[in-house]
Ligand binder design. Structure first.
Ligand code: CTP
Ligand code: ZN
Length: 158
């Protein structure tokens, strides 16, 4: 339950991304552009017990704010995530990430024949949310459906 507290302390200011599905923390960090050296002071907690999820991951980043794009991307790989904004050691804001109904430009279409994969085509990809649990997205141009791990494998940032 509070096993996380045995591993990492509370932060003064920043964000806590909680209820990340176990194993997805590193992918979330990648989305935030953190893949190696970083100036942020941060903690990654993986595989702690969660009432809702069985096991979960948590990321705490001091003095970081998230933009809309980052939140959208996080929702694709960690649809269960909760964002906690911390000020002066207190949670001043808490919300769940929300999958956008339409996702523009951040995913590739896996269909090689799709117009969005034509070398001379500059149209950005558009996916429409078709199902929530599990998440199913549909390419607006060719109707290809992507779900589960395919979603993160087709993120245009890798
Ligand atoms: N947290 C933190 N530093 C703080 C305050 C909170 O790192 N100064 C972390 C907590 O350790 C927890 C998350 O932020 O991982 C959310 O905190 P809180 O809302 O107090 O915990 P819960 O009530 O357990 O959250 P929830 O109901 O969303 O599961
Ligand atoms: Zn397509």
């Amino acid at each position: 339950m509070d096993q996380e507290k045995l591993i990492v302390s509370k932060i003064k200011k920043g964000i806590v991304i909680d209820h990340i599905p176990a194993g997805k923390a590193l992918k979330v960090l990648k989305i935030l552009g953190i893949t190696g050296y970083t100036d942020y002071r941060l903690a990654i907690v993986m595989n702690v017990p969660s009432n809702k999820l069985g096991m979960k991951d948590i990321i705490k980043i001091e003095n970081k704010i998230l933009d809309k794009r980052e939140l959208e991307l996080i929702s694709l790989v960690a649809p269960t995530a909760t964002i906690n904004i911390i000020e002066d050691y207190k949670v001043v804001e808490k919300y769940k990430v929300k999958l956008p109904r339409v996702i523009k430009g951040v995913l590739r279409c896996p269909n090689p024949m799709c117009i969005t994969n034509k070398p001379d085509e500059v149209a950005e990809t558009i996916f429409v949310l078709r199902k929530l649990d599990p998440v199913v997205l549909e390419c607006k141009y060719c109707g290809t459906l992507i779900k589960g791990d395919e979603i993160e494998h087709n993120l245009s940032i890798q």
